[in-house]
Design a protein around this ligand. Structure first.
Ligand SMILES: Cc1ncc(COP(=O)(O)O)c(C=O)c1O
Length: 414
C-alpha cells in the first residue's frame, strides 16, 4: 500500500483539484537505500568525535593525475570553454578512448560511430537501459550486484531476472543460460560487469566468447560495465568483451575514468561498441544534456593520452591495500576471505559465530564497536546477505588500525 505525502493547497488561481497527490510511481519500486543505515551511524559517530575508518563507500581517495588537474585549470580560464559542449563528447575525447582501446585491448573502434561520452558509467548505464528496455521487456542481471545494474532496468519499467553470482558459483555462464530459459518475458538485454562489484568475480576471454555466441543465437543485447578494467592483480588481466571478434554486432561496453585514473568526481565515462546502440543513446542524450563541462573533457583527453601509466600507479596502491587487509584478516582469524584478482574491494563472508546476525546487523555492530564502516552485503541484492564488502579506500596504516579494531570486536564476542 502506498503511504505518500499529500499536500493541501490553501489557495490557487488556476482551477483544479485542491489536493495534489505526491505519488512518485516511477521510483516507488526502489527499496530504501540499505547503505544509508551504516552511513547515518558513521555520521553520528564522527559528530561525536569518533575516528571512524570508512571502508564502506567505494569512493576513491587517490588523487587524480596532476597533469589532468593542471589542464583543467588552464582550460577553465578560456571563455569559449564555458559554453555548452557536445552532448556526445568532443571528437578528440572520443578519439582518445578509441586509441586507448586499441593500445590496451587491441580493439579497433570508430570514434564517430562507436563511442559516446557519458556522465560516468552510472549515468551511461541508467540512460542506456531507457533506450534498450521498456515495460514488457526482460533484462537479466547478476545478483548480488552494483545497485544501478538492478535498478536501471526497473527505472525503465522492464522486468528483471536475477542470476546468482558469487564465490560459491562454479560456472556463472551455466547460471545465465538457465536463468534465460526460465525468464519471462524473454530477456532482450543481459547486463554484466567483470571484475565484479561486489563479489570480485572475474572472467576470461573464453567466457566472453561463449556469451557473444549465446547473444547472437538468442538475439539479445549484451551490456558490459567495465568499471574495473584497470584494477587487476597477480598476473590476471581482465579482457574487454569487445576483444571477441564481431562482438560489436551484439555488445556495448562502459569504460570509465573513475577507478582507472582515480577521477571519480569528474564524471567521465564512455559507451563503446555497437554503432546502432551508440546512436540510440546519443539521440536520447541530446534531449537530456549538453555534455560534460568542456575543460573536464579536455583534461580527460590529457589523462588518457599523457598519463597512460597512471592506472598502474592506482593498481599498485590498491594491491598493497588488498594485501594489508587480506593478510590482516587471516591473522586475526577472519578466515575464508578470498584475495580478489580484480576490483578495489574485498568480499568477505560474515565470520563464524555472527552468521545469524545477517550482514546489516553485523555491519552495524562493527561500526559501533570497532569504528570500522563496511557495506552490508544485503544491500547488493539477493545472495549478498552473509557477506560484507570492504572498499580499499583508506591507506595501509588506516587499514591496519581498522584491523586492530576488528580484532578487538571479534575477541570481545568470542
Ligand atoms: C560496477 C560499477 N559500475 C560503475 C560504477 C560507477 O562508475 P562511474 O563513477 O563512472 O559512474 C561503479 C562505482 O563504484 C561500479 O562499481
Amino acid at each position: 500500500m502506498y503511504h505518500g505525502i499529500y499536500v493541501r493547497r490553501p489557495f490557487t488561481l488556476v482551477p483544479g483539484p485542491d489536493e495534489v497527490s505526491m505519488e512518485f510511481r516511477r521510483i516507488e519500486n526502489l527499496p530504501p537505500y540499505v547503505f544509508a543505515t551504516v552511513d547515518a551511524l558513521k555520521m553520528r559517530l564522527r559528530r561525536a568525535g569518533e575516528d571512524v575508518i570508512d571502508l564502506g563507500f567505494g569512493n576513491p581517495d587517490i588523487p587524480s593525475p596532476e597533469i589532468a588537474v593542471e589542464k583543467l585549470c588552464e582550460s577553465a580560464r578560456i571563455p569559449r570553454n564555458h559554453r555548452y559542449s557536445a552532448s556526445r563528447g568532443i571528437p578528440k575525447l572520443r578519439k582518445a578512448v578509441t586509441d586507448l582501446y586499441l593500445r590496451r585491448f587491441g580493439v579497433e573502434l570508430d570514434p564517430d560511430r562507436e563511442a559516446i561520452v557519458t556522465i560516468g558509467a552510472k549515468e551511461g548505464l541508467a540512460h542506456l537501459l531507457w533506450v534498450l528496455a521498456q515495460p514488457g521487456d526482460g533484462v537479466l542481471v547478476p545478483t548480488p550486484s552494483y545497485p544501478i545494474h538492478q535498478f536501471a532496468p526497473v527505472l525503465a519499467g522492464a522486468s528483471v531476472t536475477q542470476v546468482p553470482l558469487g564465490p560459491h558459483v562454479r560456472d556463472f555462464f551455466e547460471n545465465l543460460e538457465e536463468a534465460f530459459r526460465r525468464a519471462w518475458p524473454r530477456p532482450r538485454v543481459i547486463v554484466t560487469s567483470f571484475p565484479h562489484n561486489p563479489t570480485t568475480y572475474c572472467v576470461d576471454l573464453v567466457f566472453w566468447e561463449r556469451l557473444v555466441d549465446f547473444a547472437r543465437e538468442n538475439e539479445v543485447v549484451l551490456v558490459h560495465d567495465f568499471a574495473y578494467a584497470d584494477v587487476y592483480f597477480d598476473g590476471y588481466k581482465p579482457p574487454s568483451i569487445l576483444e571477441v571478434p564481431g562482438a560489436t554486432d551484439v555488445a556495448v561496453e562502459l569504460y570509465t575514468l573513475t577507478k582507472s585514473f582515480s577521477m571519480a568526481g569528474w564524471r567521465v565515462g564512455f559507451l563503446v561498441g555497437n554503432a546502432e546502440i551508440i546512436a540510440a543513446l546519443q539521440k536520447l542524450k541530446s534531449y537530456l544534456d549538453y555534455g560534460t563541462f568542456q575543460p573536464i573533457q579536455v583534461a580527460s583527453i590529457v589523462a588518457m593520452n599523457e598519463a597512460s601509466d597512471y592506472p598502474k600507479v592506482v593498481r599498485d596502491i590498491y594491491r598493497a591495500r588488498r594485501d594489508a587487509l587480506c593478510d590482516g584478516l587471516e591473522r586475526i582469524g577472519w578466515t575464508d576471505v578470498e584475495r580478489p584478482q580484480g576490483t578495489m574491494f574485498v568480499w568477505a563472508p560474515v565470520p563464524d559465530g555472527f552468521d545469524k546476525l545477517g550482514s546489516l546487523e553485523f555491519a552495524v555492530e562493527l561500526i559501533e564497536d570497532a569504528k570500522v564502516a563496511v557495506s552490508p552485503g544485503v544491500g547488493f541484492g539477493p545472495g549478498g546477505d552473509g557477506y560484507v564488502r570492504f572498499a580499499l579506500v583508506e591507506n595501509e596504516q588506516r587499514i591496519k588500525q581498522a584491523l586492530r579494531g576488528i580484532r578487538g570486536f571479534l575477541e570481545s564476542r568470542a
